[in-house]
Write a new protein. Structure first.
Length: 175
């Protein structure tokens, strides 16, 4: 679902540069690069099963940064910024007090932010409980272009087999 939304957006808009925050295995970075976008992919590579694959490190359109987003140098403007299931690793204070303002500063005029995150009732969020859907819908200066939610099934410790309700927002910078 998220990949479909991304493809629909990229094919309908002019996009040149993308930032993938929490790039993980590189799926979203590769998808954006396949449409010709220059991608900066940032991931600290903490979780072994979600590591960026070595075969993408030398991709001509992907620049991989194996660092935390806190140490990333924000010196470019991006037409598209991706935050796919990464915000749950940051405190509410950091998401709304630092990361989202930094993202909006780095978006080009009419740039797009794609956020996907777990529902507040998700087992993972019950542990952290940083934010919920209404927090993102209440953001000022951002135009909501699309919203949807879907369920995915996973199996991993410590939860075993379980489902996640994932919310996806496509927000445009209001200039």
């Amino acid at each position: 679902m998220l990949q479909k939304r991304l493809c629909e957006f990229i094919s309908s808009q002019y996009c040149e540069r993308c930032l993938d925050i929490g790039a993980g295995k590189g799926h979203m970075a590769l998808l954006a690069a396949s449409y010709g976008l220059k991608v900066d992919a940032v991931d600290p590579q903490v979780m072994k099963k979600w590591r960026f694959p070595s075969y993408l490190i030398n991709h001509p359109l992907i620049q991989f940064y194996p660092i935390s987003i806190e140490t990333f140098v924000w010196d470019k403007q991006y037409d598209l910024i991706l935050c796919s299931n990464v915000l749950m690793f940051f405190s509410r204070r950091k998401v709304f007090g630092w990361l989202l303002p930094q993202i909006y500063t780095s978006l080009s005029s009419k740039g797009i932010l794609l956020i996907s995150f777990l529902d507040k009732e998700d087992p993972s969020m019950r542990i952290h409980n940083h934010y919920e859907l209404s927090d993102f819908l209440a953001l000022e200066g951002r135009n909501l272009l699309k919203y949807d939610s879907h369920r995915i099934e996973e199996e991993h410790p410590p939860l075993g087999k379980h489902q996640h309700l994932v919310h996806t927002l496509l927000l445009q910078k209001d200039t």
